[in-house]
Design a binder for this molecule. Structure first.
Ligand code: N0T
Length: 527
């Protein structure tokens, strides 16, 4: 069969990213891997809290858990390291056959230094904060703090050294360096070192990448000068931390972004996390941070157009698409299909465990089991074929679509598959051609992969899929055969039954049941 499994690989084959012809794969154990992820709450990486993490992960069918490791947790006193939490995480993840992404909460966590040890965050002389234009101190640490960079890099390298020693089997497959870095309410640092740098020329690597002549930040970048300047220096800092870690164990590394409100509207840098890898500065990060394999969006905007706009911004030949955080409200679940359809290496709702922290909910978990259902359904569908899908996305073509919520968009989306076209409609009845009404809430999603010129893998929830020829004048389309089945552990297709009659006459109707189809199309002449 064309869709086959993954080969065996040595345990010391460190996970890495490969890119070819604009497509990307996260290689784990020697083959493409699709992260079906979830991120725990910020304070859940403690032995006391973990028993309320794993049951949520099990309910979700994830294959990967994103867990923070705070600098304060591993280096409470300068030079004294304690990796017991890392060992606990490795052991408990392995017992559940889960992979981990570790999140290095250090100099910047949602821009602030809250996770830096107290010997760092309370010592302004040695570890300086950013300065506002009026000379007062901003809360965030400055990217010009050379001692801060040295201390952060040393701690991060120690963490990676511990992984090199304690994780030869690569339970940890990727590492996030900082968390949503930058600064809120301040476009850039105004410390003396920053002022001097801002008055100087734009660095060669950046102006060449941006294809600009030599010049100052202000002349080359106008209203974006401070944003680009800050992004450059924060990215250089993160790159140095990443490089220190990679020199020890070269795991894939990434930085994540707190985004502006939407990807279409220009916003003043003061109104979002300036300095972080937002969609507005991906090129700056690519020039400044060659040791980061990925820059990634944390997407908390549930409007389809905005969500897809962010996915499109980060899905680039020089950047694998990865969504390390997204909302866990039910209307976000459908965007999984948009992400995997674009060949994302992973996707992960944020804050999904059973620790509770909202005072408004004194007696119940913040997130009850019910809320996980649509996310669990996605992963239930994809977990058996995660390797197959990752390979198809890397070697071939895939498409994905989520149900629109804006009535102006209607309840149909058309996917251009080249020779064919797939019309996906949401809220159709089981039979007949009545116009689709939309689902009771935006919950529909479909993903399609090409298996052969006339054959597709098709799956989804709460949607109808109808195939047509792009050139309907030349020939007539006929369904050759629709097989429902599953993939076994080796990635081999297990045929279950043929769909025919009512199951194909009105399109392929996906319900809430996990169904995967192989659809073979054919043609017959017009005359
Ligand atoms: C996320 C999460 C966690 C204009 C929020 C989202 C996580 C962090 N931050 O629960 O704190 O660690 O990465 C920030 C969203 C900013 C929205 C700005 C709208």
């Amino acid at each position: 069969v064309a869709v086959c499994g993954h080969g065996a690989a040595a345990a010391d084959d460190v996970p890495h990213i490969v890119s070819r012809e604009g497509r990307h794969a996260l290689m784990v154990d020697g083959a493409p891997f699709l992260m079906l992820g979830a991120q725990v709450n910020n304070s859940s990486a403690w032995p006391e809290a973990l028993p309320r993490v794993w049951p949520a992960m099990e309910a979700l069918n994830v294959n990967t858990v994103e867990v923070p490791v705070g600098w304060e947790q591993i280096e409470p006193e300068e030079g004294r390291f304690d990796f017991s939490i890392v060992d606990t995480l490795l052991e408990q993840a392995r017992a559940r056959n889960l992979r981990l992404v570790l999140l290095w909460f250090a100099t910047w966590k949602n821009t602030n230094p809250q996770y830096a040890p107290r010997w760092v965050k309370l010592d302004n002389a040695r570890f300086p904060r950013m300065v506002r234009p009026d000379g007062t101190l901003h809360y965030a640490l400055s990217p010009f703090g050379t001692e801060t960079l040295k201390a952060d890099s040393r701690a991060f390298a120690a963490l990676m050294r511990h992984l090199r020693e304690a994780d030869a089997q690569n339970t940890v497959i990727m590492v996030q360096v900082q968390n949503e870095p930058g600064s809120y309410g301040l476009a850039r640092d105004h410390s003396p070192a920053a002022e001097a740098a801002f008055a100087g020329p734009v660095p060669e690597a950046l102006r060449q990448r941006m294809n600009r002549p030599a010049g100052s930040w202000a002349t080359l970048f106008g209203r974006d000068a401070e944003l680009y300047f800050h992004a450059w220096h924060v990215a250089r800092y993160i790159d140095a931390v990443a490089a220190a870690g990679k020199a020890v164990k070269p795991l894939p590394m990434y930085a994540n972004a707190a985004l502006p409100g939407d990807p279409f509207t220009w916003q003043d840098a003061k109104t979002y996390a300036s300095g972080g890898p937002a969609n507005t500065v991906i090129g700056v990060y690519k020039a400044a941070a060659p040791h980061l394999d990925v820059v990634a969006p944390d997407i908390y905007n549930p409007a389809r157009k905005a969500y897809v706009g962010f996915l499109e911004a980060y899905d680039r030949p020089d950047n694998p698409l990865f969504v390390p955080e997204t909302g866990h409200a039910r209307e976000y679940a459908r965007f999984f299909f948009e992400a995997v359809g674009r060949g994302a290496i992973g996707w992960s709702p944020f804050g999904v465990d059973f620790t509770r922290y909202l005072p408004a909910l004194p007696a119940t978990p913040k997130l009850a089991g019910d809320a996980l259902v649509p996310f669990a359904a996605n992963y239930r569908l994809f977990r058996p074929m995660a390797r197959v899908w990752a390979r198809l996305a890397f070697e071939g073509e895939t498409w994905g679509v989520a149900e629109p919520e804006d009535p102006a968009e209607g309840h149909r989306r058309v996917l251009d598959l080249g020779r064919h076209r797939a019309t996906v409609s949401f809220g159709s009845s089981d039979f007949g051609e009545a116009p689709p009404k939309g689902n009771s809430y935006p919950s529909g999603g479909v993903a399609i992969a090409r298996l052969a010129p006339d054959e597709y893998l098709v799956t989804g929830y709460f949607a109808r899929v109808e195939f047509a020829l792009a050139d309907a004048e030349a020939q007539n389309l006929i369904i050759d055969r629709v097989e429902e089945g599953t993939f076994d552990a080796d990635g081999r297709w297990r045929f279950a039954r043929v769909w025919n009659g009512d199951q194909v006459d009105w399109g392929l109707n996906f319900t809430g049941a996990p169904q995967v189809l192989r659809v073979k199309l054919a043609t017959y002449p017009k005359r």
